[in-house]
Design a protein around this ligand. Structure first.
Ligand code: PNS
Length: 167
């Protein structure tokens, strides 16, 4: 089956979604006809949010964007992209430190599926230092993450904290 040249997959753990991710999704939604935000199910042994919760959060953030779809996936990314007939994988590049890991992944994915291109996008400068890992750490140590994550993520973090759940 031929890939759909206008569909791109933006894969990630999104645990949690940050404003850097949001920025990349909005930029890619201008470039491609349709973006599928693909949430990796088995991110680590104890993710902060379950895959179902991560999908629900991202859906809420993008509920007004008809060309942004949110889905969960497991297994190889290239298999998922093939099933969706995507022509591109979107990845965000924040700094040189991202490069080596991203380069390895892009080339491995190309080895596995030569027709699938990886497209790198840079977020707005104010998000270049953001990562899900830092958001979790800062929040759990009492730091302010306002403006760094969407309001719904902030709310869910507070709800989890109130319920006594540790990330
Ligand atoms: O947001 P992340 O955690 O940096 O995203 C990493 C992700 C989900 C893109 C990567 O771990 C992935 O593609 N996992 C699926 C399994 C797979 O295909 N592994 C081979 C990658 S070369």
């Amino acid at each position: 089956m031929r890939p759909n040249g206008r569909l791109a997959v933006f894969p990630g753990s999104f645990d949690p979604l940050t404003n850097g991710h949001v920025d990349i999704i909005l930029r890619s939604a201008h470039l491609f006809e349709r973006i599928v935000v693909a949430v990796l199910v088995n991110v680590e042994k104890k993710p902060l949010f379950t895959a179902v919760e991560r999908v629900a959060i991202i859906r809420e953030v993008f509920r007004e964007y008809s060309n942004v779809e949110v889905d969960a996936f497991d297994g190889l990314l290239v298999d998922y992209a093939r099933r969706r007939r995507a022509s591109a994988i979107i990845r965000g590049l924040r700094a040189v430190s991202d490069f080596e890991y991203e380069f390895q992944m892009a080339l491995m994915n190309r080895h596995l599926e030569p027709t699938l291109e990886t497209v790198f996008m840079m977020p707005a400068e104010q998000y270049t230092y953001l990562s899900s890992r830092l958001i979790k750490e800062v929040f759990h140590l009492g730091g302010d993450v306002h403006g760094l994550v969407p309001a719904v993520v902030e709310r869910r973090l507070r709800e989890q904290q109130a319920a006594g759940v540790k990330g």
